[in-house]
Design a protein around this ligand. Structure first.
Ligand SMILES: [Zn+2]
Ligand SMILES: [Zn+2]
Length: 334
């Protein structure tokens, strides 16, 4: 079940090592909050691991981390290498610091991803271009700069062409067609306030270019994440990640920023780049917390049912009563 990245769909690399998950090479854990993430080797996003046995897994990962070599650390976050595994220890970090680390990492992965397209394209085009340019009497410097920009544009196009995976593809209310959304289509969509749901997006139809559907819930957050990734693909940098983290903080957290942006009802592409990266962070963060909460509720429900079953069986009831009496007896009087 836990084999591919929830964000980019790539198969996880590695064998899981100390996590016992059988997949993954890079893990993040928070002993305080009982969280364990598998970090995607391709997009560097943090995939929250299934709740079952998580505490046990965190324990073995934490033990490995103690034996590991410290590669880098801030006050609250430490990157350790143990054998071939990278372990990120997180401890009660303030938002700005954690976000910088996480998003700095992610932006670097994005830069690597871009280099895979941009460099070969530039090199290939260079061979063809020099002859033409020399013949036309142009300057080589300007040519190289142009080719690089062209290759960069090609990369952004690739990201923009990625299909948005939805549980329920929306149907356009204007033209009646099923919307086959690509990341680049989302830039014309707007985050709007909705009383009954955390996130609602008014989606612009790729066929008729009108606002044709209101999507909410998990699908809305999937649309936002991919659309914002595309819009934010054009520039990257650690500094920007820090600034964006500050924007989230100033809005009073992820919820606050999402509400603020929704109130203004502007298209995603007209949001300031800094704020746009902040929004991408906020949506990611909210989705993760919601997933965590969902898991927790599920676990609580199961625990409730299990407890209910136990107390309703007379034999067990009797057994528990005896246990309690024994315990009372063995406790010294005070
Ligand atoms: Zn991924
Ligand atoms: Zn339409």
């Amino acid at each position: 079940m836990f084999k591919t990245c929830a964000f980019c769909n790539a198969a996880f690399d590695g064998d899981g090592g100390p996590s016992g998950l059988a997949v993954g090479r890079r893990f993040a854990f928070d002993e305080w909050k009982g969280r364990l993430w598998l970090i995607c080797g391709r997009c560097s996003r943090w995939n929250l691991t299934p709740l079952d046995e998580r505490l046990e897994r965190i324990e073995t990962v934490a033990r490995a981390a103690v034996e590991g070599r410290l590669l880098a650390a801030t006050e609250q976050v430490a990157l350790l290498r143990w054998r071939v595994y990278d372990l990120v220890r997180v401890g009660r970090p303030p938002r700005a610091e954690l976000a910088t680390w996480r998003y700095g990492e992610r932006l670097r992965a994005r830069a690597r991803d871009r280099a895979k397209v941009v460099v070969p394209l530039t090199v290939a085009a260079l061979g063809l271009g020099i002859a033409a340019n020399v013949a036309a009497g142009g300057s080589l410097g300007i040519l190289v700069w142009n080719l690089h920009n062209l290759a960069d544009w090609a990369y952004v196009r690739i990201v923009g062409g990625r299909r948005v995976q939805l549980v329920e593809p929306p149907i356009c209310a204007r033209c009646g067609r099923i919307m086959d959304l690509r990341a680049r289509h989302v830039q014309h969509s707007r985050l709007v306030p909705e009383a009954h749901t955390e996130i609602a997006v008014l989606v612009s139809c790729p066929s008729c270019h009108q606002e044709g559907a209101l999507v909410s819930g998990a699908d809305a957050s999937a649309i936002l994440r991919q659309g914002l990734t595309f819009l934010n693909a054009t520039r990257a940098g650690r500094r920007r990640a820090e600034d964006a983290a500050r924007v989230v903080d100033q809005a009073g957290g992820a919820d606050g920023l999402i509400r603020e942006v929704a109130r203004r009802e502007i298209t995603l592409r007209s949001i300031r780049p800094e704020r746009r990266l902040a929004l991408e962070m906020a949506v990611d963060e909210q989705a993760e917390v919601q997933e965590l909460e969902r898991r927790w509720r599920e676990a609580e429900e199961i625990a409730d049912i299990a407890d209910g079953l136990l107390s309703s069986t007379p034999e067990i009831e009797e057994h528990l009563k005896r246990l309690r009496e024994q315990q009372d007896k063995s406790q010294p009087d005070s």
